[in-house]
Design a protein around this ligand. Structure first.
Ligand SMILES: [Fe+2]
Length: 243
């Protein structure tokens, strides 16, 4: 996410997000979306090529639709936050407070789905032992197998959530995070590296309650080239935050 002082509309915002997430443009954005915004959310560039046979076509299309709904909600929350009354708020129940909670939820929902679709479904999945990714996971988890075991344990521990390998700048190392929902249990200063959706909607249609088999299947097709680009970014963050 980056901020931009230029005034944009929610229609502009929706267009940018849809484009960066590899979704087709919509012809008729809602009329109400023309309201100017002071804030802008811009996603990282993402491309999806979900050729995996470990997920059904209905699962994939339904999941992409779900992501679109999160993006729409993010647009809506962003627009409302631009004009909500900030003068009379409290920690019990106010529109402002609700919007801030929804903001965090939908930012993560939209961005994590983009990262997830980007790093799965590589049917030629291969991780080189001399890659930065492999070396860092071995450095911080002991062995690659230990990273896998910890990743799977986090996946199975998450409650309708995610497992994410992150670079944590506070710790200056990589850790796995068991996320509940889209925004719980996430340590600050965490940059996502490997992202796996563990909500029931990600696997139940194809695997029923066998979450473990779904996790194993997705891990067989992780796109390590994409993950390597994220690790390289994390290494740059490491240089800045530990200088
Ligand atoms: Fe999902």
């Amino acid at each position: 996410m980056s901020s931009n002082s230029k005034k944009i509309t929610t229609a502009d915002l929706a267009s940018v997000i849809r484009d960066s997430l590899g979704l087709p443009a919509r012809d008729n954005e809602q009329a109400s979306a023309q309201k100017p915004l002071n804030e802008s959310y811009v996603t990282q560039s993402k491309q999806f090529d979900l050729r995996t046979e470990f997920l059904s076509e209905k699962n994939k299309s339904n999941h992409l639709e779900l992501m679109e709904e999160y993006i729409s909600s993010l647009n809506e929350v962003s627009a409302k936050l631009d004009s909500v009354d900030r003068s009379d708020t409290n920690s019990n129940s106010t529109e402002f407070r609700s919007l801030k909670v929804d903001e965090a939820y939908n930012i993560n929902a939209a961005f994590l789905h983009g990262l997830y679709f980007e790093n799965i479904s590589d049917m030629q999945s291969q991780l080189a032992m001399d890659s930065l990714t492999f070396m860092r996971l071995e450095r911080d988890f002991g062995t690659f197998d230990d990273w896998q075991k910890d990743f799977i344990a986090c996946a199975l521990s998450s409650r309708s959530g995610w497992v994410v390998t992150v670079y944590n700048a506070f710790l200056n190392r990589y850790i796995n995070v068991a996320v509940d929902s889209h925004n719980q249990n996430i340590p600050f200063s965490s940059f996502p590296i490997v992202v796996l959706d563990c909500w029931e909607h990600a696997y139940y249609r194809d695997y029923l309650k066998d979450k473990k088999t779904y996790v194993h299947a997705m891990m067989k097709e992780l796109d390590w080239d994409i993950i390597e680009t994220r690790v390289k970014k994390a290494e740059k963050i490491s240089k800045v935050t530990n200088s």
